[in-house]
Write a protein that binds this ligand. Structure first.
Ligand SMILES: NC(=O)C1=CN([C@@H]2O[C@H](COP(=O)(O)OP(=O)(O)OC[C@H]3O[C@@H](n4cnc5c(N)ncnc54)[C@H](OP(=O)(O)O)[C@@H]3O)[C@@H](O)[C@H]2O)C=CC1
Ligand SMILES: CC(=O)N[C@@H](CCC(=O)OP(=O)(O)O)C(=O)O
Length: 349
């Protein structure tokens, strides 16, 4: 079988570099172009020394038309608001596109100015883009040429809450998600406030009531609940002094009695055949168990006194929260076995 030609736009960033790392050992992939902005002209393995012997390309400036012509698939890992300008020339050139940014995740264009503070330049493509959570949209993912890869917090939050919300046994408001992320979530270009001196031995909440991932989480939970009204969540992210990892703890008010064993059975049922979700019964998720992998570890407990389900998920923000998920979606889009290039455990301790 001829190899799939893949390019990564934004390869100098953490999300793009993680995609390059996974693609470099993927048996069906030839990496064609890797691009950068301020880092253009630099060897990929000079900026990311873990890639020595695996990647010999120099990062070039992104020319979306040329990359679209040369590639079967292009991963776009740029700051949100920049990616949408690349997508049209890439698609016209004949490349499938996997957007790791947020530019095609929301179906409603009017939500972009509210949550992301930009107007969408390609709103007609929002209807075509498929939200890339395989546990929800596997069949559509197989057929699309424009894939909107989920955000890191939404990937963890949705996988934690979906079995509960789909059961109809929970309320659709009053859901609280308390989530923590490692610093790589802010990207290599994270800038002020993300240096060692300020992050080390520190813990802080941010974007309280206003984080843009709220819209994406509500969009997918509302569709999954299948009810008349929208699902609403309170989502509060925190920055913790670790490099990678997200732990999302969701407090979901129950609408009727739900014994813990039945709650766990909902997770077993939904995720029974999922290659990258591990339902824990006798242990609790921890970020380190997913480090460097595409796995999501998830569980649920029930507090009968308050009639609350507590759902907990752990992922690697750059793995299942970004590049790992993107490669899983690529496998589906090219009819490859879904776990190709991703079937390895994380790094522990
Ligand atoms: N980090 C994470 O855990 C996750 C990130 N994402 C999303 O992935 C995308 C990339 O994030 P991440 O890798 O963390 O960010 P980084 O800051 O690490 O990388 C950003 C990339 O975009 C390039 N870039 C920055 N500004 C411009 C510009 N004006 N024009 C063209 N290229 C530009 C950078 O090039 P250069 O370095 O050469 O200047 C770099 O390649 C974002 O949309 C982010 O929201 C999604 C899920 C998880
Ligand atoms: C720690 C940290 O700063 N995390 C980032 C995650 C952003 C991200 O990954 O953005 P998308 O998933 O929407 O592309 C943040 O909260 O903005």
């Amino acid at each position: 079988m001829e190899k799939i030609r893949a390019s990564v736009i934004g390869a100098s960033g953490y999300g793009g570099a993680e995609a390059v790392r996974l693609l470099a050992t993927h048996p069906q992939i030839d990496i064609v172009h890797v691009t950068a902005d301020s880092q253009k002209g630099r060897e990929m393995s000079n900026l990311y020394p873990n890639l020595r012997r695996y990647v010999d390309q120099t990062m070039i400036e992104a020319d979306a038309e040329a990359i679209g012509r040369d590639s079967d698939v292009t991963f776009v890992s740029l700051p949100s608001g920049k990616a949408m300008h690349m997508v049209l020339p890439l698609l016209e050139g004949g490349s499938k596109v996997i957007d790791i940014a947020a530019d095609f995740r929301l179906h409603d264009a009017s939500l972009y100015p509210v949550w992301y503070k930009f107007e969408h330049v390609a709103p007609t493509y929002l209807g075509e883009a498929v939200y890339g959570l395989p546990e929800l949209h596997r069949d559509e993912i197989r057929d699309t040429r424009l894939l909107a890869n989920p955000g890191c917090y939404p990937a963890a939050s949705l996988l934690a809450i979906l079995p509960l919300i789909r059961s109809g046994k929970t309320q659709t408001s009053g859901i609280v998600i308390d989530a923590k992320s490692g610093v790589s979530g802010a990207g290599r270009g994270g800038g002020g406030g993300f240096g060692y001196a300020e992050v080390n031995e520190n813990l802080s909440a941010y974007s309280v009531t206003a984080h843009n991932h709220t819209a994406e989480i509500e969009q997918e939970l509302t569709a999954a609940a299948g009810g008349d009204g929208p699902v609403r969540v309170v989502f509060t992210p925190h920055l913790v002094p670790m490099t990678r990892g997200i732990l999302a703890t969701a407090y979901v008010p129950l609408a009727q009695e739900l014994p813990e064993a039945e709650a766990l059975a909902l997770y077993d049922d939904m995720y029974a055949d999922e290659p990258f979700v591990r339902v824990l019964h006798d242990a609790l998720p921890q970020t380190k168990a997913t480090l460097g992998s595409n796995y999501c570890d998830v569980t649920v407990r029930v507090n009968p006194r308050t009639q609350t389900a507590i759902a907990i998920a752990a992922i690697d923000n750059l793995g299942r929260g970004a590049a790992g998920q993107a490669v899983q979606n690529m496998n589906l889009m090219f009819d490859l076995p879904e776990a190709t290039g991703l079937a390895f455990p994380g790094v522990f301790p």
